[in-house]
Design a protein around this ligand. Structure first.
Ligand code: ATP
Length: 452
C-alpha cells in the first residue's frame, strides 16, 4: 500500500461503481452506502474467501444465517438495553454532538479513552480544557444508547417495541443448542455467521469505517472451559493468518492491540483487537477477538429460563461451554481491501487485488471494433470464459485505455483477440501487475484463469 488518502479511495469507489452514497438523489443519508455492481462482486468474493477460510476448509465449523428481528428480551439478556451506550458531549454553542472518547483520542490526550467513566471523561475534559472541533466549550458527558428501535405489530407502544440487531452474533448463542443437536456436534465446534448489525452511531465519518448499518462476520467457537485458553491462542493465530495470508495484507499494515482493563467487558477473560492501517486514520479496529467465558450462554439461560448446558459424554458433566469470539466488520474489511491494494503509478491507477478477490477475473477485447471477424471470435471467447468466471467485455477506445480502465477496477488479466488469433487460435494475455504480455492458446484460457 502507498500513502493513499481516504479522499482518493472514496472517489475511486464512486467513480468506478464500487460504493455509492445511499439515497444520493435525495442528497444522501448520513453514513449509509450502497454497494454498486463492482463493489457487490468484490463483496461476494471477500465473503467467499472468508467462508472458505473459516468454515469450508475446516471440519469443526458450521454456518447459519439468522433473522434480524429477534425477541426483545434478547437485548436485555445481552446487556445492550442497559449498557450499549456511547458517551456523548455536546458543543454548547452549535449543539452538535460528539463521542467524548473520540474527541479525547483525537486531541492526543489518551490513546484509548473508550473505557472511561462519565466522571473520568468530565475530569479529562476539564483538566485539558478540551473544546469541540469548532472551538466551543463542551457540555458534561452523558450516555446515549445505540440500539435502533422500531415497532412490530398493530400498535406503537411498549408492547410492540423491538430492536434491530445491535450486534449480529446473538442468533448464534440462541441457536447453539439446536445447531449442536441437529448436527450432532461435539465440543469443540464453532458457528459462523455473516449478518447485519445496526447502531445509532453519534458521529459518523470516514466513509465505510463507521456506518449505522453494516455487516459483521462472526466466528463463535464453543469449547470446554479448561481448553478455552489454548483455543483463544489458536484463534488469535488464525485471525492474524486470515488477514496476512488469506487476504494478502502486508504485515506492516496489520497489528494487535490488547484491550485495557477498563475497556474490557467485565466478564471477558481477555480481549484483543486486530487493527488495520487505514491511510490517514492510522491503525483502527477491524476485528475483535474475545475470550468470553460462558457469559452469553449463562445470560440467555437465565433470561429465557431454558437449559443451554452441554452434556459431556466422556465425563457425564453438564456445563455451559466457553466461547471464543472473532467478530470482524465486513465494511471495514472491504475498506481495508481498497486501501491495501490501491496503487498509483506514473500513468495509471491500479487495484492490485489477488485474483480471487477481483470483481472480474479477466476482460476480453477485440483488437479493433470495426473488424467483424475479430469481434465474432472475441465474443465466442468471452462467452466461453463467462460460463465459468466473471469476465468483462470492452471494445471502446484504444487498447491502452482499455487496459487502464481494467487496472483501475483490479482486473488481473486482459485478453486481446487480434489477427494472429484468427490464424493460430492464440490470444495475448496481459498481466495487470507487471503489464507484460504473453500468448496463450484459446483452449488453455479457462484453465489458466481457474488456476489463479
Ligand atoms: P468501535 O470501537 O470502532 O465502535 P466496537 O468495539 O464497538 O467498534 P464491536 O462491537 O467489537 O466493535 O464489533 C465488531 C466489529 O464490527 C468491529 O471490529 C468493526 O469491524 C465492526 N463495527 C462495529 N461498529 C461499526 C460501525 N459503526 N460501522 C462499521 N463497522 C463497525
Amino acid at each position: 500500500m502507498q500513502n493513499v488518502s481516504m479522499e482518493k479511495i472514496v472517489s475511486l469507489a464512486k467513480r468506478r461503481g464500487f460504493v455509492f452514497p445511499s439515497s444520493e438523489i435525495y442528497g444522501g443519508f448520513a453514513a449509509t452506502y450502497d454497494f454498486g455492481p463492482l463493489g457487490f462482486l468484490l463483496k461476494k468474493n471477500i465473503e467467499k474467501a472468508w467462508r472458505r477460510w473459516n468454515v469450508e476448509s475446516r471440519t469443526d465449523m458450521v454456518e447459519i444465517e439468522g433473522a434480524i428481528f429477534m425477541h426483545p428480551r434478547v437485548w436485555e439478556a445481552s446487556g445492550h438495553v442497559g449498557g450499549f451506550a456511547d458517551t456523548l458531549v455536546e458543543d454548547l454553542v452549535t449543539h452538535k454532538r460528539y463521542r467524548a472518547d473520540h474527541l479525547i483520542e483525537e486531541a492526543g490526550i489518551m490513546a484509548s479513552a473508550g473505557g472511561l467513566s462519565l466522571q473520568e471523561i468530565n475530569d479529562v475534559i476539564e483538566a485539558n480544557k478540551l473544546k469541540s472541533p469548532d472551538g466551543n466549550p463542551l457540555s458534561k458527558s452523558k450516555k446515549f444508547n445505540q440500539l435502533v428501535k422500531t415497532h412490530l405489530g398493530a400498535t406503537e407502544d411498549d408492547t410492540t417495541l423491538v430492536y434491530l440487531k445491535g450486534e449480529s452474533c446473538q442468533n448464534i448463542y440462541l441457536d447453539y443448542k439446536m445447531v449442536q443437536e441437529t448436527m450432532r456436534l461435539k465440543l469443540p465446534f464453532g458457528i459462523a455467521q455473516i449478518g447485519k448489525a445496526f447502531r445509532n452511531e453519534i458521529t459518523v465519518k470516514n466513509f465505510l469505517f463507521r456506518t449505522r448499518e453494516f455487516e459483521q462476520m462472526d466466528v463463535q467457537y464453543f469449547c470446554r472451559p479448561k481448553d478455552a485458553g489454548g483455543y483463544y491462542d489458536e484463534w488469535k493465530k488464525n485471525r492474524w493468518d486470515f488477514y496476512t495470508q488469506c487476504m494478502g495484507f502486508d504485515k506492516a499494515n496489520v497489528r494487535w492491540r490488547q484491550h485495557e482493563k477498563n475497556e474490557k467487558a467485565f466478564y471477558a477473560t481477555d480481549a484483543w483487537d486486530i487493527e488495520y492501517k487505514f491511510g490517514e486514520l492510522d491503525f483502527k479496529e477491524v476485528e475483535g477477538v474475545h475470550h468470553r467465558g460462558s457469559y452469553d450462554l449463562d445470560q440467555h439461560a437465565k433470561f429465557s429460563g431454558k437449559d443451554l448446558s452441554y452434556l459431556d459424554e466422556e465425563t457425564g458433566e453438564r456445563f455451559n461451554p466457553y466461547i471464543i469470539e472473532c467478530s470482524g466488520g465486513f465494511n471495514r474489511l472491504f475498506l481495508a481491501c481498497l486501501f491495501e491494494f490501491y496503487r498509483e503509478e506514473e500513468d495509471r491507477t491500479v487495484l492490485s487485488f489477488p485474483a480471487k478477490l477481483a470483481p472480474y477475473k479477466a476482460a476480453v477485447f477485440p483488437l479493433l471494433r470495426n473488424k467483424p471477424d475479430l469481434v465474432a471470435r472475441a465474443k465466442s471467447i468471452f462467452d466461453l470464459l463467462r460460463a465459468e468466471h466473471m469476465v468483462a467485455w470492452d471494445d471502446r477506445g484504444n487498447i491502452g485505455k482499455r487496459y487502464y480502465a481494467q487496472d483501475e477496477i483490479g482486473t488481473p488479466f486482459c485478453i486481446t483477440v487480434d489477427f494472429q488469433t484468427l490464424d493460430d487460435d492464440t490470444v495475448t494475455v496481459r498481466d495487470r501487475d507487471t503489464a507484460t504480455q504473453k500468448r496463450v492458446a484459446v483452449g488453455e484460457l479457462a484453465d489458466f484463469l481457474r488456476q489463479r
